[in-house]
Design a protein around this ligand. Structure first.
Ligand SMILES: [Zn+2]
Ligand SMILES: [Zn+2]
Length: 423
């Protein structure tokens, strides 16, 4: 096929069956948000580039290699949103949400754009869900977002396992950074090219480089450098999560590749997924609002890719189709059209032939698409009647047009009840 008419590399077309699963997931995210009091927020698909360069950090992969940036006709530097948190911090500051009663709980479901290396379940335009909790410095806030993450993952049939770490604060992280750089310098020759560059501007990132695991394992542990406040915060988060029955494990190499984090960072895995088991990630970002022009506000949250979660969820979101009706036209005319629209008016999903098929071919089509078929037209129609037929058991009756919707709904409910029975 001519390359010009192919979708851009690393993107996807979402066709109806997958779009339906995606929509189910979106509703599930909204339900969990409602349970915990998180309100929806929507920000523009693009922002001024500075929001991400300053918010996410100039030395991160997202900003250096992965952003889609452009200058518009007015000369404004814009970037397609590569992640939600910095954009929401910008919106939080700009809309004065710091004046709202605390804490402020927000969630989003939005497309993100990153020029990543294409791989299974990872797209250059992908759908993300995320939860952001503003205004509380307490460990209970960190623990609450872990509860939200757990409830969401359990709802799609996963068994979350949390890896957690603290990357310290402005008081204690500089001392750790120094010790880490000294250690990494002494192993400089063993590091990959990327990490040799990271040494100067983002040394913590070396810890989660896949190629440098051997060096990372010998690195000093940040736990030895935590200040008292960071230590007790981390211990409280771990204790609260464990108390709530969430399996948590400390991972000293967990740093996450974004500059705005402070103290808590975490990743949620499902061990049943094997090597690519990370489902979502997050942490605390107390300094982020300052990076986008506001006063400091403590905040914590997480985000995950919807495609990734759908892949992990497997059949859990693949509920059977809603039982629907099909109207077959008997003989010549458009009575089938009228009957179908009558059913839709009563809220019943209904299809009707648009291919001028024979009655036999329409019945075959009905078998593929619907649970109940209605035959409309001919002599019967002149008498004000249609035939209703249930495909699962062949039950059949002639009913008055006035009773059509009621009968079809009743018979469809019967089908639904059969579907609902445990197998
Ligand atoms: Zn500290
Ligand atoms: Zn490396």
């Amino acid at each position: 096929m001519d390359e010009r008419w192919q979708r851009p590399r690393g993107t996807q077309d979402v066709l109806p069956a997958e779009a339906e699963r995606m929509e189910r997931l979106r509703r599930l995210v909204a339900q969990v948000a409602e349970l915990y009091g998180y309100g929806a927020i929507e920000t523009p698909v693009f922002e001024q580039t500075a929001v991400f360069v300053d918010g996410v950090g100039g030395a991160t992969d997202i900003v250096q290699h992965e952003r889609y940036s452009f200058v518009d006709a007015g000369g404004v530097a814009l970037t397609l949103r590569p992640e939600g948190t910095a954009a929401i911090a910008r919106a939080y500051v700009e809309n004065g949400l710091s004046a709202w009663p605390k804490p402020v709980r927000l969630y989003y479901w939005a497309p993100m754009f990153r020029r990543e290396r294409p791989q299974k379940g990872r797209y250059r335009q992908h759908q993300q869900y995320g939860f952001e909790l503003y205004g509380s410095p307490e460990p209970t806030a960190d623990a609450e977002v872990l509860l939200v993450a757990r409830r969401l993952l359990q709802a799609v049939g996963l068994s979350p396992h949390v890896l957690v770490n603290s990357i310290g604060c402005d008081q204690c992280r500089p001392r750790y950074r120094e010790a880490l750089v000294a250690y990494l310098d002494s192993h400089g020759a063993a590091l990959c090219g990327d990490c040799r560059r990271r040494l100067a501007d983002n040394p913590l990132r070396v810890l989660d480089c896949k190629q440098d695991q051997a060096v990372a394992r010998g690195a000093p542990d940040i736990a030895a450098f935590w200040c008292d406040a960071c230590r007790s915060h981390q211990e409280a988060v771990v204790a609260l999560a464990a108390e709530a029955g969430i399996p948590v494990e400390r991972d000293p190499a967990l740093v996450r590749g974004i500059d705005y984090y402070s103290r808590t960072v975490f990743e949620v895995h499902d061990p049943s997924l094997g090597a690519q088991s990370t489902v979502l990630g997050g942490g605390r970002y107390d300094g982020l609002t300052v990076r986008v022009g506001g006063a400091p506000v403590p905040a914590v949250g997480f985000a995950g890719g919807a495609e990734r979660l759908l892949m992990a969820a497997g059949a859990a979101l693949g509920a059977p189709r809603v039982p629907s009706a099909y109207v077959a036209q008997v003989g010549v005319g458009h009575q089938g059209w009228q009957a179908a629209e009558r059913l839709r008016g009563a809220g019943i999903p209904t299809e009707v032939d648009l291919m001028a098929r024979s009655l036999k071919a329409q019945m075959k089509e009905a078998g593929r698409r619907a649970s109940v078929v209605v035959l409309a037209g001919g002599r019967e129609w002149e008498d004000g009647l249609v035939t209703v037929k249930r495909l699962s058991d062949g039950r059949e009756a002639a009913v008055a047009l006035a009773n059509l919707a009621g009968t079809v709904r009743e018979w469809l409910n019967g089908v639904e009840a059969e579907h609902a029975e445990p197998k």
